[in-house]
Ligand binder design. Structure first.
Ligand SMILES: Nc1ncnc2c1ncn2[C@@H]1O[C@H](COP(=O)(O)OP(=O)(O)OP(=O)(O)O)[C@@H](O)[C@H]1O
Ligand SMILES: [Mg+2]
Length: 417
């Protein structure tokens, strides 16, 4: 080094340059370079192992993403099924233990009647509300469940009961993990109408909960959501506790196959299908029966259809020829759609009545304070239908006491068939 430095100094001297401490300066430069090179090597080594760690982390990210992709593909295919045919999707088979447990519970259940038709405006809510009022007056403890976010049943019942502060809590019945005892006490008692009448009211929150529950199920966050209402209704608080049990549950279903209707069909021991006797309602009623059959086969084999109720029938004197044709067609086609006979309750129709039309949303006519002849006729016609229902369901009191006897129904001016 010194030699090199000497040579360079000699060379530089030749050039006439004489730099003091040149040798030391060169030594310092070379020393610093070596030091820097060593640190560079150390740094490289450290860099390599950091790279390895990054690569390792990336590999594991890729594995996670691949598994997420797979799970998303599964969820997406579920969503596609929903879009393709909501019914097929909803009736996919439950776990065998879930089905067995539910069917066993239903053997000792109070009657749970779902009033359903996927055609809108056929009189489901009107029939549900007036039957409930009739049964409560006849001594039964009746629970109404509003499954429609439109809240027509809630509106009618709560307006008449003059309840203006209430919890629209019906959606809790389609959600999991609420405490049954607490939920039972959360039902609104409609004492001003009848102290034996309760309701779970629904309003727009219901729709949010329905969609939320459906998506949770679709993405696998909730393994089973179709039996939530059934589970609450079959819990000890609802069914065995003499203080809180009901004799009858009436569910007002919406004209849509969403989480609420699915839970209602799964929970119900019986269904009642109102229909208007016209072209629009005819096929919808047959399709509703076909859907009910599929639900029964997969989710609720012991459920029974009580019958198809002619609703808003034109004249008290008899069916028009067009209405009669629709009855004949229904009777002929029901086995094709439902798979077996279902009675069309043609001798117990609900007639089109001005009182029922104007009461919509504000009053249950059967509980009206009026005793006019027309109101009495409305009471009689619901009593006739209630009488049929009463003799076709199994009344129970699980505490061993006998259920109250039904009041004698009034005489309906029957429609000739
Ligand atoms: N028997 C009847 N006579 C006269 N009007 C009636 C009768 N039944 C129902 N209505 C009226 O027809 C309208 C629709 O009835 P309702 O709400 O009971 O039908 P719905 O099937 O429950 O409808 P949605 O499918 O929208 O829930 C209401 O305004 C109601 O007051
Ligand atoms: Mg309705």
């Amino acid at each position: 080094m010194g030699r090199v430095g000497g040579c360079v100094m000699a060379d530089l001297s030749i050039l006439g340059l004489n730099i003091p401490f040149f040798k030391e300066a060169i030594g310092a430069v070379v020393g610093v370079s070596g030091f820097a090179y060593t640190w560079y090597r150390v740094g490289r080594h450290a860099g390599n192992s950091a790279d390895a760690k990054i690569i390792e982390a990336l590999r594991s990210d890729v594995a996670v993403i691949a598994s997420q992709k797979e799970s998303l593909a599964r969820r997406f295919s579920n969503l596609e099924n929903v879009v393709r045919d909501a019914r097929d999707f909803w009736i996919r088979p439950p776990e065998p233990e879930t089905l067995t447990k539910h069917q066993t519970a239903l053997r000792t259940s109070m009657p749970i009647i779902c009033v359903v038709n996927f055609k809108g405006g056929v009189g489901k809510t009107t029939i549900c509300a007036n039957l409930a009022a009739h049964f409560a007056e006849a001594g039964k403890r009746v629970l109404l469940i509003d499954c429609d976010y439109q809240g027509s049943l809630s509106d009618t019942a709560l307006t008449q009961a003059r309840v203006d502060k209430f919890n629209a809590n019906s959606h809790l019945l389609i959600e999991p993990n609420h405490e049954s005892q607490w939920l039972r006490m959360a039902a609104e008692r409609l004492s001003p109408i009848n102290s034996r009448l309760w309701i779970y009211p629904a309003f727009y929150d219901y729709s949010r909960s329905e969609i939320n529950m459906m998506f949770r199920w679709l993405i696998g966050q909730d393994p089973e959501i179709r039996f939530n209402m059934a589970t609450y209704l079959q819990s000890a608080a609802f069914k065995e506790d003499p203080e809180t049990q009901f004799d009858l549950v009436l569910i007002d279903a919406p004209p849509r196959l969403l989480t609420g209707a699915v839970n209602a069909l799964t929970a119900a021991t019986h269904v009642l299908v109102p229909t208007i006797l016209d072209g629009q309602s005819h096929l919808a009623t047959l399709n509703t029966l076909s859907a009910i059959r599929q639900f029964q086969m997969k989710l609720n084999p012991s459920q029974r259809v009580l019958g198809v109720v002619p609703s808003m029938v034109g004249a008290a004197t008899g069916y028009s020829s067009v209405e009669q044709e629709y009855i004949d067609e229904l009777e002929r086609q029901i086995p094709e759609f439902y798979g077996s006979l279902v009675p069309v309750l043609k001798s117990r129709p609900i007639l089109r009545r001005a009182e029922l039309a104007k009461a919509g949303g504000s009053e249950i006519v059967v509980s009206s304070t009026s005793n006019s002849q027309t109101v009495r006729q409305v009471r009689d016609m619901f009593a006739e239908l209630a009488d049929y229902i009463s003799s076709n369901v199994q009344w129970r009191r699980n505490d061993g006491t006998e259920a109250p006897k039904m009041a004698k129904p009034g005489q309906l001016q029957k429609v000739a068939s």
